[in-house]
Structure formats: C-alpha cells, structure tokens
Design a protein around this ligand. Sequence first.
Ligand code: 3PG
Length: 399
Amino acid sequence: MFRTLDDYDTAGKTVLVRTDMNCPIDPDTMELLGTRRIEEAAETLRDMPRARAVVASHQGRVGNKDYTGMSRHAEVLRKMTGRDVTYVEDVIGESARAAISGMRDGQILLLDNLRLCAEENYEFEPGAAASTVMVGRLGPLFDLCVLDSFPTAHRSHPSIVGFPRVLPACAGRAAERELRSLDEIMTVAKAPHVVVLGGAKVADRIEAMRMLIENGRADHILLTGLIGSVFMRAQARLRSPLGIKREEEMVSRAHALIGEHPDVFATPVDVAVDRDGRRIEMDVREMGRDDQVADIGPKTIDYYARMISGAGTVFMSGPAGRFEDAEFSHGTRGLLRAVAGSMATTIVSGGHLGAALKMEGLAGKIDHVSTAGGALVLYLTGKKLPMMAALEEAAARSQ
Ligand code: 3PG
C-alpha cells in the first residue's frame, strides 16, 4: 500500500519530485537520444500545477560518457510541460537552497545531476540515508517528497530512501502506473519464462540473469547485443576481444554461469557485421579477426522467434544490435515483432526498445512497456525494491 498524488493537495507546497530522467546520450553530439522518461516526469508535473516543484534526477554514472549536467533535460522539460523551468547548476549548495526558498507557486525548478553529490553514488540503509548531508540540507525545505523514479527503485540512494524517512512521501504518476500494471501482470505470468536479453550493460546483466534463473523467472535466456558476444567468447565461439571494460572477468563470469545452467542460454548462430557501413551477414564461425558483431542474423531471428512463440511469459530488455542505425536494426525489430505477436504475457523494458516499439507501431501489442531496466529485473525476481519499501513505510507512518 502506497500513497499517490491523489492523497495530497500540492498547491502552494514545496515538493521534491525524484524523477529518473537518465537518458541515453549520443557520445559525439551529447544529444539526448530518447526522452520518454522526461515525458513521464512532465506528466507527473502536470498533475501538480500549483506546487513549487523541485525536480531532481541523476544522469549517467560518474566516469562514463553519459555523466553530464542537466541543462539539456531542462530544455526538453520546458517543451514538454509548456512551462518555465528554472535550472540551477547545483544540488545541495547555497545556490540550490536559495533558489528553492525563493520559489513561487506553480514554478518548476530543476536541480543539477544528483550524482554530483558524492553521497548519491552510494547505497545506504534508510536510517543512514536520512542522516546524509544531502537529506540534512535539503529535507527541511520541502513539505512532500514524490518518488517517481521507478527505473532507480532498486537503488538505496539518499534521494530514494533518505527523503521519505523525513518527509511525507507518495508515488508520482509514472511510478504508480508501473507498479500497478506490473502487479496485475505478475498475477497471470506463467512458465515457460523466456528472457530476451541484449544491450551493453554487461556486468549488470550477468548479475540480473543469475537472479532471474535462481528465482524461477528465466527458463530460457536468448542472448543478443554485447552481452551475447561476451557469452559467445565464453563458449569459445568468438576469438577476437570485444574491447570492453574488465572483459576477461566478464567472460569468466559468463563461463561460470553457463557451466551452472547449461540448458538455459541460447547465443546467436549467425550475425551481421559492419564492413564500411554495410551490413554483411554470416555464420559466427565465418567471422574474421577484425569483425565486430553489429546485429544478429536472420537464422537467429527465426530461431529466437520460435522460442518466443512457445513462451508463457516473455521479458525483453536491451536492443539486439546497433538499432539506431537502420542497417543494424533488423534483429531488434524482428524480435519485437515476434514478442508482439506471441500469446504470452509480454514485458518490454528500456528506453531503446520503447522507442523501437513506437517506430514499429507495436507498443499497443505489448502487455507492459517499462522505462526501467535493472529495477524491473529485481522486481521480476519478486524482491522488494527499496523505493517500494520507502513508499510503504511512509504510507504506514501517515495513517
Ligand atoms: C537506469 O537507467 O537503469 C536507471 O536510471 C538506473 O541507473 P544506474 O544503473 O546507473 O543506477
């Protein structure tokens, strides 16, 4: 049981809105590539028109190329809300606090990337999170905390579990929709559970697969993308290194997982490689030393589509290749069509796939399209997400 915006009158109140506007970013132009999460934040803000809304989010991870300030997000939020959004290049310092204290009713203020504050890069017990400098400095300025960052619901960061300890808290519209829809779907989800996994967050995905298998949520895992290549290296089917961080460690963790669960994993039989921007399809064993996988091939699409058609539940996360480039989007689009056409309960996760579904006109054929990645995996394993626990505790306190 958690509270929602329907339980609070936010007019004239100073409200912290913890969104997840973490977007994929083009590393060359630094442009935001998908803005669905910002659209969701705008929807929540529309339902609190007379509040003094202080919007907060992280963007990227420290040290990664997508770790940036929030000025581009402010521009998009301005367009999407049609309202004036003030952006302050500060999180917990004097300028942020002065800007919050000087707000008018109906104003929206966007803070800078929360992860600029060191504490937001660590996980805390809720009690310790409530004692952080971040919560100590900002908490007294707010009347209410709206938790709307479902994609970050698996993190015990101060902004997720600290503020709700010291403030009344409720779910924003995006978090509310995700939680209600997933709760409903999971009551009808049945075996066999087929997981279609691609994308590039290799370390996170290896951990996620282990959890899904151990909790009976993955009978078959169909691998694509960079994670698929890591598993092909673990099977000694790819010879050339992939050039990713901690590659040998990832390959040996993949090798261990295959050894523990030999019947669960499927890897591509054929792929498409990029030769001077041209799509060249071939069996994996025909790949040359310099070839890097840019997509899965047609035989793999067919093979995976047959597995998907026999599923009771399908969970798909991460693109099958460099889907932004039309030449290498066949795999992602083909698999999404198979998921949309199956009789299974279907859940598709992540910004890239949400955008691809829209382009294919298939969004309405999926039972649940989520903006979350890691949080959704944890939810599917049946574990209580820290953000959910924080919302439930806050609701119990306010009775
Ligand atoms: C996501 O995109 O999955 C969320 O924003 C969480 O990001 P994180 O994995 O860097 O905490």
